[in-house]
Design a protein around this ligand. Structure first.
Ligand code: SF4
Ligand code: SF4
Ligand code: SF4
Length: 189
């Protein structure tokens, strides 16, 4: 069984938002709403400035609070680790939005609930990478099957000895989106 995992290497990210634009185009995300954004965080003072680019999207929790609270089973995990939503049985109660510690869900204009899906049905089903991964100009996004030791994600994780972290790890949601902390910037010179 596959175990899909995504990595965002903050050392390689340049904050171009190409991933966010590709997501919007692929998934017809309405104006003003986002499945994925890359936030800029500035710290320090001149000349020791640091700029971090931080991905904000569903982190595909293995133990997903959104799934736990859903009263109809509309929110569910796939066997290969992606959190999805079946709008046909969703009653728009919004419990999942309140339960998500990553602020990853939102209400669409038609009342349905939106979130990142790793492009599960539109691209993964065809053997393609998620849209964000496919356009990243610096290869800051890596995606694949963590159960396959020859996959790009497995090789990446094995090669990086430090700096890997999982968002809000203390919550024990076990995200399937790993980050590599940015080491560039004034504090590290
Ligand atoms: S496309 Fe790549 S480099 Fe650009 S913001 Fe997204 S992750 Fe960062
Ligand atoms: S990040 Fe939020 S929406 Fe995504 S799986 Fe976790 S709890 Fe659910
Ligand atoms: S809004 Fe839909 S997916 Fe979210 S908890 Fe309610 S029924 Fe489940």
């Amino acid at each position: 069984m596959k175990k899909y995992l995504m990595i965002h290497d903050e050392n390689l990210c340049i904050g171009c938002q190409g991933c966010s634009i590709a997501c919007r185009s692929e998934n017809a995300v309405p104006s003003g709403l986002y499945r994925l954004q890359v936030h800029t965080k500035m710290s320090g003072s001149f000349p020791k400035l640091k700029m971090d680019f931080l991905r904000h999207s569903c982190v595909m929790c293995q133990d997903a609070p959104c799934v736990d609270v859903c009263p109809t089973g509309a929110s569910f995990k796939t066997a290969d680790g992606v959190t999805l939503l079946d709008n046909k049985i969703c009653v728009s109660c919004k419990y999942c939005i309140l339960a998500c510690p990553y602020d990853a869900r939102f209400v669409l204009p038609d009342g349905n609930i939106g979130k990142c899906t790793f492009c599960y049905e539109t691209r993964l089903a065809k053997g393609e990478d998620p849209a964000c991964v496919s356009v990243c100009p610096t290869d800051a996004l890596i995606f694949g099957d963590a159960n396959d030791e020859k996959s790009a994600v497995s090789k990446y994780l094995n090669a990086k000895k430090d700096g890997i972290y999982y968002p809000k790890e203390e919550l024990k949601t076990y995200p399937r989106l790993a980050m590599v902390a940015n080491k560039k910037g004034g504090y590290n010179e």
